[in-house]
Design a protein around this ligand. Structure first.
Ligand SMILES: [Zn+2]
Length: 250
């Protein structure tokens, strides 16, 4: 027998099914990622029309069948409308949703990722933050939350905790000045500002609620972008469709 449950979450993606239905992917506090049918959600008078859309965040009442979930009611608290009014922010937001859909698991504790996603979308919606920095913070924190972040607190060769001026993708983290210099010029080896190393340490060690409280110089932002691109290619190795759109600047 099935049962009714209430979950708090956000719609990551939507797929039309048949003539009037949708299948939505939700990231929830209670059950991680899950797929649910929203029957009749494409009808103009459906109560679920707006709720079954990407970015909709709130409470979803689901019927849990043997093999699938069905949404029958939703109370949406945030549609992220201010974000959707800005094309650039929307592209970043779509990327974050796609990233979460790829990265999160069903029946897994994804509360930190959900919190990170929510705070990151809020930061995109606000004009106070540079969207490129929001992206760096989101990517690095997502990797760290999943235990796949780089080690940026000591030299991966000698263990030293000072003068961590190099980032070496192949080894998954920082090298000190002398160990890094000893590597010669290599792909994936980057010399960086102290502020870049500090920003990475801050992102990895801070609570999600405290992440969007700082800004960085253009130089530091560029270094963060370069390092994260290299690191993500090496350890995630997935091409996101929304990222192609974002980077082609359409
Ligand atoms: Zn060292």
């Amino acid at each position: 027998m099935g049962q009714n449950i209430v979950v708090t979450g956000i719609v990551l993606s939507v797929m039309p099914v048949g003539e009037y239905d949708k299948r939505i992917t939700l990231l929830t506090k209670e059950r991680g990622k899950l797929n649910a049918f929203a029957r009749g959600a494409r009808r103009q008078n459906s109560q679920l029309l707006a709720a079954a859309s990407p970015f909709a965040f709130g409470e979803f009442e689901l019927f849990e069948g043997r093999n699938s979930y069905t949404v029958y009611k939703a109370t949406i608290r945030n549609y992220f409308r201010e974000l959707l009014e800005d094309l650039d922010a929307t592209y970043y937001g779509c990327y974050f949703l796609e990233f979460a859909a790829y990265y999160c698991q069903e029946n897994n504790d994804e509360r930190e990722l959900l919190k990170l996603l929510y705070q990151s979308l809020r930061a995109l919606a606000s004009s106070a933050y540079d969207n490129r920095l929001v992206r760096c913070i989101f990517e690095l924190k997502a990797l760290a939350v999943n235990g796949e972040g780089p080690n940026v607190f000591s030299c991966l060769k000698c263990g030293k905790k000072e003068e961590l001026t190099w980032f070496f993708t192949e080894r998954g983290g920082t090298f000190c000045e002398s160990c890094g210099s000893g590597q010669g010029a290599r792909a994936g080896l980057f010399h960086m500002e102290e502020s870049t190393r500090y920003a990475m340490q801050y992102i990895i060690s801070s609570r999600v609620e405290k992440l969007y409280t700082f800004s960085v110089s253009v130089k530091v932002l560029e270094e963060l972008e370069t390092i994260l691109k290299s690191y993500m290619e090496r350890y995630l190795g997935h091409r996101f469709k929304s990222l192609e759109m974002l980077e082609s600047g359409i």
